[in-house]
Design a protein around this ligand. Structure first.
Ligand SMILES: O=C(O)C[C@H](O)C(=O)O
Ligand code: SF4
Length: 513
């Protein structure tokens, strides 16, 4: 088993940097459905450019490399203790090499272990089987989509859909609702794994297990096969679209599994995975630990090509305006921006996510933020031998988590723009109106694309919160985002939520008897 460590390292690097072939094909198909010039088409172009850049740089597709979860099937007699040690070593090395973001955080103190090792991380699950080789699978599922997982306990009442009873049609309603409630926050278009039955724990386990299925496989259970097809078709009629911008593709795949339950419980558990669906697997020789085959990598590999993705190139088809922003930004300039405008940012921006927002709510800011731009982002950073920081991946994080703080912080420090993804709620919208602020939606998961826009790291504050949570001072060029909430009370997110709820209500009547 002397090659097992190298094999695990290779599995981790490939999973983080090279999107599987079946996922690429699903994204390419979605791209064909969007009309040129729409926000969805533009976002998908950024996504496919990003996939290509991750390939070329062997760098993380998305900066959130998730909670690494390994599932291994091993022959009787294989030494699981040694395998676990090798996996942990490979995780630490991949983190040091900038292929994984340091993501293991002490839940009580907030301390980041720095190497992705810690209580409960990574997750490693073994199962014995009677074959003579090892089947090792890895999924890197990020936090934004994990937060959109949902579990229903039947019977229940669902907004838009009414009562969901304890039968296949009730299950249908729950699954459709799960896609609606995720909106764009889990970086749609997504993939869902569904577990019917079990208890709260095994139901979620089963849902996540479905994410290890091949995108193109066909469910052996005829009822579930029909339900999977139905869900993909109807979820795409909700009009949520890429990043929740509206559009034709909301869901790229749905896989459903079923296990028994006990009479009093009937759970439907849904695991939502973003478009950056990073899961791979390898077949390993149990004697020497070498990789003999890869899973999910059969069929055609779509190599996306770099393409022009600015709104300007589609100016005839849309009325999209492109505005250049550079901090410090005046209130007048902000008031001029409207939902739908595309902005290109040059100059400085400062990262701030969960820890910084909490900190700024009762502390002073380490730098003057008047007229400045805050970027909801937790990057992957590497320090070189001269002590200089380099950005390895830097896409946006889900902004809604900052909803309790954002408005107050903007007003208190004079911040004019925040960049993130998935949109924010009524409290922030009100503050944008009162203060003269704007919310800019960047493309979630496009961590290579945005890293490329960052020309230098000018400084860092509040490093005690760890790399993803520190306040990085970034100098950018041509950083593109869309105005989705403006200072006049308009929110694209609120509009898409409302229209998708109306569409959801069309699926109220029973379909599966
Ligand atoms: O933690 C991050 O960088 C992003 C996260 O996966 C999210 O989607 O919000
Ligand atoms: S930022 Fe988006 S693409 Fe990245 S892990 Fe989070 S949900 Fe997935």
């Amino acid at each position: 088993m002397n090659n097992f460590f190298e094999s695990m390292y290779e599995l981790i690097v490939e999973t983080s940097t090279n999107l599987p072939k079946d996922v690429r094909r699903a994204i390419a198909e979605a791209k064909l459905k969007e009309s040129a010039g729409t926000r969805s088409a533009m976002s998908l172009a950024t996504i496919t450019n990003n996939i290509k850049m991750a390939d070329d740089h062997v760098s993380p597709i998305c900066q959130d490399t998730g909670l690494p979860t390994f599932k291994l099937k091993v022959p009787v007699g294989a030494n699981q203790i040694e395998m676990k040690k090798d996996i942990q070593k490979a995780i630490a090395k991949a983190t040091k090499d900038g292929k994984l973001r340091p993501n293991s955080v002490d839940s009580l103190t907030g301390d980041n272990s720095g190497d992705n090792l810690g209580e409960g991380t990574p997750v490693i699950k073994f199962e014995q089987w009677e074959k003579d080789y090892i089947d090792a699978r890895l999924i890197l599922k990020g936090g934004g989509c994990e937060n959109k997982n949902i579990q229903y306990s039947l019977p229940c009442e669902l907004e838009g859909l009414g009562r969901a009873g304890r039968d296949l049609d009730g299950v249908r309603k729950c699954i459709l609702h799960s896609v609606y409630q995720a909106q764009g926050q889990g970086c749609s278009a997504g993939f869902i794994g569904v577990g019917i039955g079990g208890d709260r724990t095994s139901g979620y386990e089963l849902a996540k297990e479905q994410l290890f299925r091949h995108v193109d496989d066909v469910n052996e259970n005829e009822d579930l096969r029909q339900l999977e097809d139905y869900i993909v078709e109807k979820a795409n009629e909700l009009g949520i679209g890429t990043m929740g911008f509206g559009g034709e593709t909301t869901l790229l795949g749905c896989k459903i599994g079923v296990i028994n339950r006990i009479p009093a419980s009937f759970f439907v558990s849904v695991a939502y995975n973003c478009w950056a669906y990073r899961r791979l697997g390898v077949k390993i020789n149990a004697e020497n630990g070498a990789i003999t085959d890869w899973f999910y990598q059969d069929g055609e590999k779509i190599e996306f090509t770099a393409e022009e993705q600015t709104a300007a190139s589609h100016e005839e088809e849309t009325s999209t305006r492109e505005v250049v922003l550079e901090a410090p930004i005046t209130e007048e300039k902000i008031r001029d921006l409207k939902v739908g405008d595309v902005v290109k940012i040059n100059g400085m921006m400062y990262t701030g996510r969960d820890a910084i927002h909490k900190y700024l709510s009762d502390n002073d800011t380490p730098i003057d933020l008047n007229g400045q731009i805050i970027y909801h982002c937790g990057p992957v950073m590497l320090k070189d031998e001269d002590g200089k920081w380099h950005v390895k991946a830097a896409g946006p994080t889900t902004s809604i988590r900052e909803e309790p703080y954002q408005g107050d912080i903007m007003k208190r420090f004079g911040i004019r723009a925040v960049i993130g993804k998935g949109g924010m709620g009524p409290k922030t919208l009100q503050a944008l109106k009162e203060h003269g602020g704007v919310y800019l939606n960047a493309i979630g998961g496009a961590a290579q694309y945005y890293a490329d826009c960052i020309k230098s790291v000018e400084g860092v504050d509040l490093m005690q919160f760890g790399i993803p949570e520190a306040m990085w001072h970034l100098k950018v060029e041509g950083f593109t985002a869309v105005v989705t909430m403006d200072s006049h009370g308009n929110s694209l997110h609120a509009d898409v939520d409302k229209s998708s709820l109306e569409k959801l209500a069309q699926f109220k009547d029973p379909v599966f008897k």
